[in-house]
Design a protein around this ligand. Structure first.
Ligand code: ADP
Length: 254
C-alpha cells in the first residue's frame, strides 16, 4: 500500500515529480471528430484534481490516454516518467499494472465472482501468485471498510459497496496514479460521500488522484480543477504542476 511505502516517491516535497505530462495532445476519431485539440497538462505526485466540463468535451478521452488505454493522434504523453509513445503494447500493460488504478462510473465488476476475487483480479497482470493476490485483496477490502463483505458477489452488494470493491481493485496494485471517471455518478448522495472520502484517504496516503466529475460540490472540494470545453483545457485553477495559476471567475470553475 502507498501508506506503507518504504522508499519515498520520486521527487522531493518541495519539487514533486510529474506523474502525468501531456504535451500538445490531440485525439481525432473517424468522422473526423476532434476529441482533443492540443491538450497540455502536468499533474505532479500527490495531487488530487477534478476534471470538469460538459458532456462530449473530451474528458474521458483524455483520461483513457493518461491511463494508456488509448494513444493520442499526436503529441507526447509521459506517465510515471515513461514516454508512452515509445512503449510496446506489452510494456504499456506492465506500466498500467504497476502504476495505474482505474475506477469507473458503472463499477465493471465480474458478476460471478465474489468481492475478494474481483479485487484479486486487479493483480492478474502484475504476476502475483493467486494466494498472495487473495491475501492482498482481503487487505484492500478491509481498507475500504468492506472486511465484512469478502464473500459477497456484486448482486449481493449495494451500489456504494460495489464502488468500494472497485476502489479496492484499483488500489490493490499500489498504484501511483488513480483515475476515476464519474466514480459517484451512479450512486446516491450518502454513498458518493463515502467514495469521495476514500479517494481523499488514498490521496493523503500518497496516491495521485484524477477525478472526472459533473458534481460541482465534489469539484469545489478538490484543490485543483481543470475545465475542458470542445477538446481543450479552458481553465486550470492551478496545481503544483500547472504552469501558472490563472485567475478565473468562480462561475468558470464551478
Ligand atoms: P466527455 O468524457 O467529456 O463526455 P468524450 O471524451 O467521451 O467526452 O468524447 C469527446 C468527443 O469524442 C465526443 O464528441 C464523442 O462523441 C467523441 N468520441 C468519444 N469516443 C469516441 C469513439 N470511440 N469514436 C468516435 N468518437 C468518439
Amino acid at each position: 500500500m502507498n501508506g506503507h511505502r518504504t522508499s519515498p516517491a520520486p521527487g522531493s516535497a518541495s519539487n514533486p515529480a510529474p506523474v502525468v505530462e501531456l504535451r500538445d495532445v490531440t485525439r481525432t476519431y473517424a468522422g473526423p471528430v476532434h476529441a482533443l485539440r492540443g491538450v497540455n497538462l502536468t499533474v505532479t505526485a500527490g495531487e488530487l484534481l477534478a476534471i470538469v466540463g460538459p458532456s462530449g468535451s473530451g474528458k474521458s478521452t483524455m483520461l483513457n490516454i493518461i491511463g494508456t488505454l488509448d494513444r493520442p493522434t499526436s503529441g507526447t504523453v509521459r506517465v510515471a516518467g515513461h514516454e508512452v509513445g515509445a512503449l510496446s503494447d506489452a510494456r504499456l500493460s506492465a506500466l498500467r499494472a504497476r502504476h495505474i488504478g482505474f475506477v469507473f462510473q458503472h463499477f465493471h465488476l465480474a458478476p460471478g465472482r465474489d468481492a475478494v476475487d474481483n479485487v484479486a483480479d486487479g493483480l492478474l497482470y502484475a504476476g502475483v501468485p493467486l494466494k498472495e493476490r487473495r491475501a492482498r485483496a482481503r487487505a484492500a477490502l478491509e481498507r475500504v471498510r468492506l472486511g465484512h463483505r469478502l464473500g459477497h458477489r456484486p448482486t449481493q452488494l449495494s451500489g456504494g459497496e460495489r464502488q468500494r470493491v472497485a476502489i479496492a481493485r484499483a488500489l490493490v496494485g499500489d498504484p501511483d496514479l488513480l483515475l476515476a471517471d464519474e466514480p459517484t455518478g451512479a450512486l446516491d448522495t450518502a454513498s458518493g460521500v463515502i467514495v469521495m472520502e476514500l479517494l481523499h484517504e488514498l490521496n493523503a496516503a500518497g496516491t495521485t488522484v484524477c477525478v472526472i466529475t459533473h458534481d460541482n460540490d465534489i469539484a469545489e472540494s478538490l484543490s485543483r480543477r481543470v475545465r475542458f470545453r470542445d477538446g481543450a483545457v479552458v481553465a486550470d485553477s492551478g496545481g503544483r504542476g500547472a504552469p501558472a495559476p490563472c485567475s478565473l471567475a468562480p462561475e468558470v470553475l464551478s
